[in-house]
Design a protein around this ligand. Structure first.
Ligand code: MG
Ligand code: ZN
Length: 173
């Protein structure tokens, strides 16, 4: 049986978005995130991070720094009893098919991991995350909404990832 995926934005969704983050010491995991990730696993979802990291294209840090931050985030989550099955990032700024809201990263994850797209879901705090969900034809749950959000209407607006996951698992999945 193919597993569905919970696609997750990284910055502003799993951890504080303090701007372009190339340093693992700046990681602050948001409240309730480990619990939300555990609930997704228990419901049979693979937890896949899809993150735009144009700081690479902008020359602010290298791809190795993105990998280091992702690994440190995974370790921080593991210490709190939670995990991520895979990380995908886009290091570009223009001319690629992977920068959200383009579906390149999501399609790669679906192919590489043999995921069931039709029952998958996207959680994120940004317009690009909800636009990606729309482009992929899956449910989009907006979390930690930023002021002035003007993206596609999400299926649900949640105060936090924990709140969004609870809604999704109770009413949609
Ligand atoms: Mg974000
Ligand atoms: Zn890209």
């Amino acid at each position: 049986m193919k597993k569905p995926a919970a696609f997750l934005d990284r910055d502003g969704t799993l951890m504080e978005d303090s701007g372009y983050i190339g340093d693992p010491h700046r990681i602050r995991i948001l409240e309730g995130v480990p619990e939300a990730l555990r609930a997704l696993r228990d419901a049979g979802f693979e937890r896949i991070v899809l993150t735009n990291q144009s700081g690479v294209a902008r020359g602010m840090f290298g791809e190795a720094d993105v990998v280091t931050v992702n690994r440190a985030l995974a370790e921080g989550l593991a210490l709190r009893g939670a995990g991520i099955e895979a990380f995908y990032y886009c290091p570009h700024l223009t001319d690629c098919d992977c920068r959200k809201p383009a579906v390149g990263m999501l399609r790669r994850a679906v192919e590489e991991r043999g995921l069931d797209l039709s029952s998958s879901v996207m959680f994120g705090d940004g317009l690009v995350d909800m636009a990606l969900a729309a482009n992929a034809g899956i449910a989009g749950i907006l979390v930690n909404e930023l002021p002035g959000y003007a993206g596609p209407p999400p299926l649900y607006r949640a105060r936090s990832l924990r709140d969004g996951v609870r809604f999704f698992l109770e009413h949609v999945a």
